[in-house]
Ligand binder design. Sequence first.
Ligand code: SF4
Length: 219
Amino acid sequence: MANSQSSSSIVHPEDAVSDLLTVYKIVEIFHSVQGEGVHAGIPHVFIRFGKCNLQCEWCDTDFETFEEMTAEEILSQVSQYPSKRLILTGGEPMLNDLWPLQRLFKSRGYSLACESNGTIEIPEGLLDWICISPKDQMYPQVKIRQRYGDELKCVYVGQDLSMYDDLKQGFTHHFLQPCYMENESVEWNGKNFALTETVVKENPSWRLSLQTHKWMGVD
Ligand code: SF4
């Protein structure tokens, strides 16, 4: 990915060279408005990592197409945008050692959030905001290891919500999100939306999460 800003202007003397040289698999870096969850409407820079340890049928990310970028290159690209809020997403971002990136961005005043499937425990103090979207409704054999955080966001596919009774206790905000499939019809997706809305009305400890960025046709 191209760097329009010279590296020398973004490197600080206190940066560890080993951090700057750490290589990550990056699908894309883009500036957009968060479309879902608690921070919907707030501009963020999204860093999408390659690779995932799951294969959900509704997944809309080609996480096998990525570029290897150093943390310095990532820093340079992110620095082009005015937002100091990062969302680390994927693929599955927690497959990576994120400490080098964390040190570089925290020392520059960024806040770091992640969107993870929860199968990998997140080190204490790594991130400012943890959003877990478990997929155990599809993969009952997969253990959710990250059991606390800020947002729990579950794609609703008709599962019994009591499966989250224990997990919910570790999270501040609980969202149900309609299953959205890009290759399905408007009617198919509309039915899922209506069903999830009904379920939320019957289970008011959950909030409806809408992927408003998809309606807007943006990433
Ligand atoms: S966990 Fe997320 S990134 Fe991985 S396959 Fe499922 S939807 Fe896609």
